[in-house]
Design a protein around this ligand. Structure first.
Ligand code: GDP
Length: 139
């Protein structure tokens, strides 16, 4: 159902540091249903496409390089008002400014390696979910 879904990625540094399990546990504890899940490495082309909206930002090339530097975990999360609820759970973009106890506060390294991605609108949640998962991979 539209409005009840968000897409997250656990970013390479967080996966590398062994935080995928603890982050998924926090997601569960916060009442999200994980309806799709995969561990994968993005190609340069995939990362460029995913972050296309940021292509004119000064950090775009760094971000693409970072997001292709190691494995990521992608997941579709379901809950009422999922986009906003998940952005509250993860906190501000910059871990230094993220509220205490949020995912980015607990597991983020810096503004780029900020542990997780979360969709910023219902429309983008649908686009991003389709980017990663086929119908056969959703439950
Ligand atoms: P988000 O919606 O909170 O993820 O933030 P944005 O959509 O503004 O940015 C997308 C991603 O780009 C962030 O999650 C960071 O990984 C990265 N990013 C944002 N701002 C900066 C910045 O100033 N410098 C760098 N290096 N990366 C940034």
């Amino acid at each position: 159902m539209i409005g009840n879904k968000t897409l997250t990625m656990i970013k390479p540094t967080a996966v590398e540091k062994g935080f995928a399990g603890p982050i998924l546990a926090k997601i569960n504890e916060a009442g999200f249903k994980i309806s799709a899940l995969k561990l994968m490495k993005l190609s340069k082309e995939q990362a460029e496409k995913f972050y296309e909206v940021h292509k004119d930002r000064p950090f775009y090339n760094d971000l693409v390089g970072f997001m292709t530097s190691g494995a990521i975990v992608a997941a579709i999360l379901e809950k009422e008002n999922a986009v906003e609820a998940y952005r509250q759970l993860i906190g501000a973009t910059n871990p230094d400014q993220a509220e205490k106890g949020t995912v980015r506060d607990l597991f983020g390294t810096n503004i780029q390696a900020n542990a997780v991605h979360g969709s910023d609108s219902n429309e983008n949640a649908e686009i991003e979910a389709d980017f990663f998962f086929s119908k056969l991979e959703r439950f």
